[in-house]
Structure formats: C-alpha cells, structure tokens
Design a protein around this ligand. Sequence first.
Ligand SMILES: *[C@@H]1O[C@H](CO)[C@@H](O)[C@H](O)[C@H]1NC(C)=O
Ligand SMILES: *[C@@H]1O[C@H](CO)[C@@H](O)[C@H](O)[C@H]1NC(C)=O
Ligand SMILES: *[C@@H]1O[C@H](CO)[C@@H](O)[C@H](O)[C@H]1NC(C)=O
Ligand SMILES: *[C@@H]1O[C@H](CO)[C@@H](O)[C@H](O)[C@H]1NC(C)=O
Length: 258
Amino acid sequence: MLLLQSYLSFFLLISPALAVLVNRTIDDTIQDSSGNSVQYSPNEPGRRAWNVGGCSQCAAKGLDTTQLFDKTWHDGTYNPDPGSNDFPNVPLNASFSFTGTAIYVFCAIAKTTTNPTGNSDMSFYIDDVLSGTFVKQAPGVQGYDYNVLVYKNESLSPGQHNFRLQNGHVNGTKSLVLLDKIVYTFDDGSDSSTASPSSGRDETPSTSSSSSASPSTTNGNSASRSRGKGGLGTMSLASLTLLVVPLVGTSYLLGFWM
Ligand SMILES: *[C@@H]1O[C@H](CO)[C@@H](O)[C@H](O)[C@H]1NC(C)=O
Ligand SMILES: *[C@@H]1O[C@H](CO)[C@@H](O)[C@H](O)[C@H]1NC(C)=O
Ligand SMILES: *[C@@H]1O[C@H](CO)[C@@H](O)[C@H](O)[C@H]1NC(C)=O
Ligand SMILES: *[C@@H]1O[C@H](CO)[C@@H](O)[C@H](O)[C@H]1NC(C)=O
C-alpha cells in the first residue's frame, strides 16, 4: 500500500506538467472556433444600442484599426439621458459563455471628455456575481488607448462560466465601451509533447508552469481526462512492478523513483 501510494503520488506530482494551458482569443464580432460569440443587449430590431465600431452613428470615430484585434470593435454608450441611443438609462450588456479557468477582457478607451465622452463605468459579472469594475474618468486629451486590460480573472473554477460586461448603472454617469476582444484560458487536456502550435489561429499552447499546478487548475475536466490516461499507465506499471517487489528492496525502489 505504501508502495502504491508512492507511485500514485509520483504520477500526481508529474501530471500537472502534462497539462497544456491554451489561450483562445474571441473577437468582439467574429465567432470563435467553438462556435461561441459575444452576445449584445439590448438587441431589438430598429432600435440602436450597441454598434459595430466605425458606423456613421457610432460615438467613437477615428480609431487606429491596426491596433485593434481583427481591426474590429463594438461601440456602446450608456447614457442616463436620451440622445446617445434608443435606450436611455438602460445599462448595456455584452455576455460571453466559455469553458476555462481564466478570462481577460480588452477594450479601447477614449481619452477625450467630449466627442466622444470617454468616461468608463464598467461592471464585470462571472456567473451573475459581480466580480470586478473598471471605473475611470477620461483625462480630456485627444486619442485612444488600445489593448487596455479592463478585467482579468485567473482563478475561475474549472468548467463553464458566463461572463457579462455591464456598461453603466441605472441613474449613473454616461459611459462608453469600445470592446475589442476577450481572451480565455483553458486546459486542452493534451500531453505537452503532442501539442501542436497549429491547433488554432489564435491559440498558442504553453506548458503550465509549476506555479499554475494549483488544486483548482488540476481539478479541471480536461485535466482529469489527461490524468485518466496517465492513471491507466500508472496502474498497470504499478501492478507490474508489484510482482517484482519481492525481488527488490522497497527502499531501493523508492530511492530509484524519488
Ligand atoms: C493568456 O493571455 C493573457 C493575457 O494576454 C496572459 O496574461 C496569460 O499569461 C496567457 N496565458 C497563457 C496560458 O498563455
Ligand atoms: C443585462 O443582464 C442582466 C442580468 O442578466 C439583466 O437583468 C438585464 O435585463 C440585462 N439588460 C439588458 C438590456 O438586456
Ligand atoms: C474570479 O471569479 C470568481 C467567481 O467565479 C470570484 O470568486 C473571484 O473573486 C474572482 N477573482 C478575481 C480576481 O476577480
Ligand atoms: C432612478 O431614479 C428614479 C428617479 O429619481 C428613481 O425613481 C429610481 O428609483 C432610481 N433607480 C435606481 C436604481 O436608483
């Protein structure tokens, strides 16, 4: 039993090194390879709320598209008063469902205080629970900041999550969102030696470091799948070796393996 435990803990120790964490980037406009896309609301025919950036009635103009992922963004203004869109005093949502353990949300941020009003009042929900905000007054100079990380969460429980960005608050201050992209991290469950960098245009496999081998990372569905594969090998190797045990000293074996 002691020996079996030793083997199991040996494989538990090395198995996190086999997990491959992959980042997938979701454009504001285009579906990702898993068929998911960002959902925008309110979304009613003939009534303006969110717009594909660059449109004639959009709040923000003159962005440098070369600094935006896929050169696209979504433009949405929360305004307590009428004038910005057809939903005065209605906070806007951008929602996205994904399976992963981390999420990063990137926006462009206007630096002007008028044309457009660049103030930010964003709230971020994971599975309907408020878990972050990005509230910022525009400095009042020309131009935009790009690739601004407005929200990150690297401690999600493994599994499916619903992310929601809420722009503004009822009776709150006017707020602009220029959503560029969302990045999320998942464990693709493959052995690092068989992972190929061509698994997706926006996916760059990277082997997890020992620091990411936390209990929350290694309890993932994909992680347990790869653990399962290793587990079979572990068990047959263990039972095979148990036959040899009487021939070899336990201390020798432990010394050999540890
Ligand atoms: C995923 O992207 C984020 C944001 O760019 C980065 O901080 C993180 O290290 C990346 N994770 C992996 C596994 O590549
Ligand atoms: C935004 O999402 C929240 C939570 O699901 C919901 O209560 C609210 O009605 C949504 N707003 C719009 C405009 O769809
Ligand atoms: C990440 O989201 C979880 C909810 O799933 C929450 O408990 C945690 O506080 C969040 N972490 C950060 C850094 O926002
Ligand atoms: C918003 O303001 C109106 C008018 O003052 C008030 O009746 C309403 O309760 C307020 N709602 C919130 C959520 O603060």
